[in-house]
Design a protein around this ligand. Structure first.
Ligand SMILES: [Zn+2]
Length: 98
């Protein structure tokens, strides 16, 4: 099994995270899964600086990611971006449920 994000091969005794997506199951290695959790936490905290830093790390890892990861990432990030309401609309903040 390989990580759908960084394509790292699963080692014996290593546990990959399985993420359910619209297109099937996504397999993430510990490191990529960790980053996803960090991004979610940053969004919850409304910490855009940290969020951008972790996003940069994720983008570096997923350069060769499979299409299923790209699709998942798109909707995952779209949800998280709702946590950073633009200055004009504060109503977006209510939709933040990462
Ligand atoms: Zn990975």
């Amino acid at each position: 099994m390989k990580c759908d994000c960084c394509l790292k091969r699963k080692k014996l005794f290593e546990s990959f995270a399985a993420v359910k997506t619209e297109n099937g199951k996504l397999n993430l290695c510990v490191d990529c899964n960790d980053l996803a959790y960090k991004l979610r936490d940053d969004a919850k905290e409304g910490n855009k600086d940290k969020f951008n830093k972790h996003l940069e790390e994720l983008e570096k890892r997923c350069k060769k990611a499979k299409p299923i990861f790209e699709d998942w990432k798109k909707s995952f990030l779209a949800d998280l971006y709702k946590c950073f309401p633009s200055e004009e609309s504060t109503a977006d903040n209510e939709k933040c449920q990462p």
